[in-house]
Design a protein around this ligand. Structure first.
Ligand SMILES: Cc1cc2nc3c(=O)[nH]c(=O)nc-3n(C[C@H](O)[C@H](O)[C@H](O)COP(=O)(O)OP(=O)(O)OC[C@H]3O[C@@H](n4cnc5c(N)ncnc54)[C@H](O)[C@@H]3O)c2cc1C
Length: 500
């Protein structure tokens, strides 16, 4: 730690993401594209457009890298990795190992590693690299002045096209006493210097579940309150149930169907009132982490001056081509999408650049967007859920392989979960899939490729998978599909042939 109070890693991240003493460029002439927000969406758009020869300005009010690098994916996945290591030490005997003595948890070392990871990745997304790519990078808050101008730090920028990629932030629930008592969000939780002894996580969506499991594995007594009967309400019920079992195995205190209704400060600790099916009870914790719901960053942009329609909650309104109500202005990423993921922000940014600058007609609805919750086991999904297929009157047939029937999952002691692939009944067309497995986030990509490229289960059954791998579960599901095509008549014909 230096006299400034910041560690070497923190200063290095800052130097990459927002270099001290940075001089904004002088705006000269009209830009082909001005991008607001240098998160994954905005930075991708700026790089793509500059690489294609466009004159590009990128404006960032805080740090290059956005939520993903600074207070989101990178920090949380780095913590999750260390949390898994602690869980493996805890369960060492199941792997035939032994850990001598008490398992000491060094929270400072955990956070220091997280910062080292962030430092390393911040180099790839640095301000300097953006400048080297020929992008005019401005630091400051952008505000529209008219339909084709905006200002940043007193400088007025004229544009042919603009892209709004200002992201989203955690929604603060309207819980009486919460603001007064204080709470953690993704903006603050990664700055903790001590692991809370007792932590309440409000919300059982992806962020809440990931944080609950990680902090529990770091030794906190974690209580998770979810106002729904299941975690991850969007996911299939059996997936959510496996997650619930896993959190319980870790020692997380689970309260489903439970709402946080009030918070009080008592002797420096937070007393939280919870209601579950008319039953009111209280828990006392050191910290409360809020992880439910995201709200688009639209305020302060003066969107009215640009004629851009928006909703204060869901964000900038776009059509399927990512055009806003001002034909010069497009939007991408969390500020306008339902699916708030880094990969979705990047993919939508590419569409927006093509459509804005090169007369493209790519549609957002044509994207196949997978997602994953990085708990242990991971829960990944792509395409349609059965319910959605039914709503669209599409007949569905599902092929399921349990991970405990997959050799590699068994050898690795990671056999909780399943691969479920939904096809259009009577065909091998993959409509959607859910994977619950240690490596679900990696495995789902094969199925995304199949859906995107129109590859059916029949073709997947012919793909030779390396043995033993957990991804073989996909091949096993494809083989189950092949067997399902063996009608009694085909079987009878085969039997007759063999009996010749
Ligand atoms: C804890 C956590 C974990 C996550 N984990 C994952 C994960 O594992 N995988 C995944 O895919 N996604 C994950 N996400 C979501 C992911 O971080 C976001 O979907 C992604 O960052 C969205 O990118 P974006 O470019 O749209 O917005 P952001 O990353 O939010 O970037 C927007 C940028 O715009 C800037 N900005 C805002 N207003 C202005 C203005 N007026 N002027 C100038 N600049 C402005 C902001 O400062 C910010 O830097 C996670 C999120 C959180 C919070």
């Amino acid at each position: 730690m230096s006299p400034s109070g910041f560690s070497r890693e923190e200063r290095a991240v800052a130097a990459n993401a927002r270099p001290p003493g940075w001089h904004n460029p002088k705006a000269a002439g009209r830009y082909d594209l001005v991008v607001i927000g240098a998160g994954p969406g905005g930075a991708t758009a700026a790089r793509e457009a500059a690489a294609l020869g466009a004159k590009v300005a990128l404006i960032e009010r805080d740090r290059v890298g956005g939520h993903c690098l600074n207070v989101g994916c990178v920090s949380s996945k780095a913590l999750i990795r260390t949390a898994r290591f602690y869980a493996e030490m805890r369960d060492a005997e199941t792997l035939g190992g032994q850990v001598q003595g008490d398992q000491a948890i060094d929270f400072a070392a955990i956070m220091a590693r997280m910062l080292r990871v962030q430092m390393r990745l911040s180099r790839a997304y640095s301000a300097q690299r953006l400048r080297d790519a020929g992008i005019d990078l401005y630091f400051g808050a952008a505000e529209f002045c008219g339909s084709d101008t905006l200002s940043v730090e007193g400088e007025v920028l004229r544009f042919r096209k603009a892209l709004i990629a200002t992201g989203a932030r955690v929604l603060t629930p309207a819980i009486p006493g919460l603001a007064e008592a204080g709470y953690l969000t993704n903006q603050t939780i990664f700055n903790l210097t001590e692991c809370p002894r007792r932590l309440l996580v409000a919300g059982g969506g992806p962020l809440g579940c990931e944080l609950a499991q990680a902090f529990c594995r770091f030794g906190a007594h974690v209580i998770i309150a979810q106002d729904n009967p299941t975690f991850l309400p969007k996911e299939e019920r059996d997936a959510a149930q496996i997650l619930s079992d896993s959190l319980a195995h870790d020692g997380v205190e689970i309260h489903l169907n439970t709402e946080v209704v009030a918070v009080r400060l008592e002797a420096g600790r937070k007393c939280v009132d919870l209601v579950s099916e008319d039953d009111l009870f209280s828990v006392v914790v050191d910290d409360i982490a809020v992880g439910a719901g995201r709200m688009a960053n639209v305020e302060g942009l003066n969107l009215e001056a640009a004629g851009v329609a928006y909703d204060a909650g869901t964000g900038v309104r776009v059509d399927d081509f990512l055009r806003t109500s001002n034909p010069r202005i497009f939007a991408a990423g969390d500020v306008c999408l339902e699916h708030k993921f880094t990969h979705a922000a990047e993919a939508s940014a590419r569409i927006a650049v093509g459509n804005a600058l090169f007369l493209g007609h790519q549609r957002l609805s044509a994207l196949v967007i997978p997602w994953c919750t990085y708990t242990d086991p991971e829960i990944a999904h792509v395409g349609l859920y059965v319910e959605e297929a039914r709503e669209q009157a599409i007949p569905v047939r599902t092929f399921t392989i349990l991970m405990h029937d997959v050799d590699r999952a068994v050898t690795d002691g990671e056999d909780a979960g399943f691969v479920k692939i939904h096809v259009r009944a009577g065909s091998d067309q993959i409509l959607g899939a859910t994977i619950v497995a240690r490596h679900a986030g990696e495995m789902i990509n094969g199925l995304s490729l199949a859906i995107t490229s129109g590859i059916g289960l029949q073709a997947l059954a012919r793909v030779i998978h390396t043995y033993p791998t957990q991804a073989e579960a996909i091949k096993l599901a494809a083989e189950a599909y092949q067997r399902s095509r063996l009608t009694p008549r085909l079987k009878a014909l085969a039997a007759r042939w063999l009996a010749r």
